[in-house]
Design a protein around this ligand. Structure first.
Ligand code: AMP
Ligand code: ZN
Length: 114
């Protein structure tokens, strides 16, 4: 999508620090990390939010979780654990309109989320 920040990052039009990439997903370091490890994982097709997940595109979401598992191992946070977060819409705190999953780790997180 033309005016989408994360589509531009996927295309390389906006620079990012790549952590992982395959045919389906792209992962990069968050510009404003909230934990020692904070990776953003996005599908390489424009899906606006969790509301737009369908039977046709959900395989991309599965690939995101496969990537998260690999990345967590590469970062060495798989043993201690980590948190994967998707913010959806206004109340969810979503600020970029291309679905993305935050993979955060390297510290203890509280619950419930704020
Ligand atoms: P959310 O609030 O769930 O929509 O998350 C958007 C995330 O994207 C935030 O954690 C931002 O820090 C991050 N972000 C925004 N712009 C960039 C960028 N150019 N490179 C990397 N991360 C970004
Ligand atoms: Zn997009």
């Amino acid at each position: 999508m033309e005016d989408c920040l994360f589509c531009k990052i996927i295309k390389g039009d906006i620079p990012s620090t790549k952590v992982y990439e395959d045919e389906y997903v792209y992962a990069f370091n968050d510009i404003e990390p909230q934990a020692p490890h904070h990776v953003i994982i996005v599908p390489k097709i424009h899906i606006k939010s969790a509301n737009e997940i369908t039977a046709e595109n959900s395989s991309y979401i599965a690939k995101i979780f496969e990537a998260a598992s690999k990345i967590a191992k590469e970062l060495g946070i798989d043993e201690n654990g980590y948190r994967i977060v998707n913010n959806c819409g206004k109340d969810g705190g979503q600020t970029v309109g291309h679905i993305h999953f935050h993979l955060t780790g390297g510290r203890q997180f509280g619950w419930p989320a704020g």
